[in-house]
Design a protein around this ligand. Sequence first.
Ligand SMILES: CC(C)(COP(=O)(O)OP(=O)(O)OC[C@H]1O[C@@H](n2cnc3c(N)ncnc32)[C@H](O)[C@@H]1OP(=O)(O)O)[C@@H](O)C(=O)NCCC(=O)NCCS
Length: 307
Amino acid sequence: MGIEYRRARPEDLPQTTSVFAIAIDDLNKKHGFFEEPTSTSPPNPQYAFWLEKEPASFWVAEDDHTIVGYSFSFLRGTLWFLADLFILPAYQGRGIGKTLIQRTLGSWRGRRIANRTLITPAFNRSSVSLYMRFGMLPRQPLYFAASPRESVAESLGSRGAGETLEVEEREDIQPIFSRLSQIHKLSLGFPPGWHNEFFSQVQRARCLLFKRNNRLEGYAFFRRNGRVGPLVVRSASSFRRALEATLRFATEQQQSKELTIVFAGTNEEAALAGIRHGFRIKYPLLFLSSKPMGDWDNYLFYSPGLM
Ligand SMILES: CC(C)(COP(=O)(O)OP(=O)(O)OC[C@H]1O[C@@H](n2cnc3c(N)ncnc32)[C@H](O)[C@@H]1OP(=O)(O)O)[C@@H](O)C(=O)NCCC(=O)NCCS
């Protein structure tokens, strides 16, 4: 029997989680990026959330009742994003990745797609080549970077966020989802969809609001484990202050050893702040899209799967 393709079901999630861990660990080992085995328990809650929100575009490839690959994508306005595509090493190079892209893209048939996008490890020849064949071209280098929490605290010193930017933590952001969505759309050209619900309600990420002259200028998330992002501001001129304010809040969380960010290589303020606060690049990523796309000077990315 050949490979079967079907939509994912809740009971598939432990297996998709382990396909992810095996495929990413294998890739990282082959390229010298492996540090420790990717944990599979508890499973990343993003899979259950994806399946609940977008069951039609979550696909698995099965060989004799064993899941050997999966794909998932979402649409934000007219922007399509391939969030995940992973195939077990023993099954790679047999056309499964190609078919899974076609299936998850095909799930959006009938909806207008103006741009197709994704983020992949920059050093993965086969994924970059495969995506290029689908018309998605490398547009932007991204970097996952880390800095010890205490170094960041020290380099931030006692400087405030700056007179022109007020910063306030907001505990319950559900009532303001639509305002956050407006800023996101204004800043990046597409809405955040259910992302903010995932960050605040599933991850329990903390949220900061930035205001300038009493007007909402942007927002950012940070987590107990030191992971900062996404951060969105209306104007790139607020980026540095917003980022440093978020890093300051994140450094006050004693339980994290290090802070981590994902920034666009062409975002000068992000790159300079990274250098200033001791961040070291740990993992190079690449943003690909079928059409040239915006500048990223007012955005700090979060992850390859959620942008
Ligand atoms: C990347 C990945 C999803 C691709 O899936 P796959 O099932 O192996 O891919 P396919 O067999 O459908 O297609 C691979 C294509 O890339 C081509 N390819 C592979 N390596 C290549 C290279 N170095 N240069 C050019 N083309 C290459 C293959 O020839 C094939 O194209 P073809 O069918 O036209 O010949 C899979 O290898 C994987 O899971 N890798 C590890 C995890 C990962 O990086 N995932 C992507 C995260 S965004």
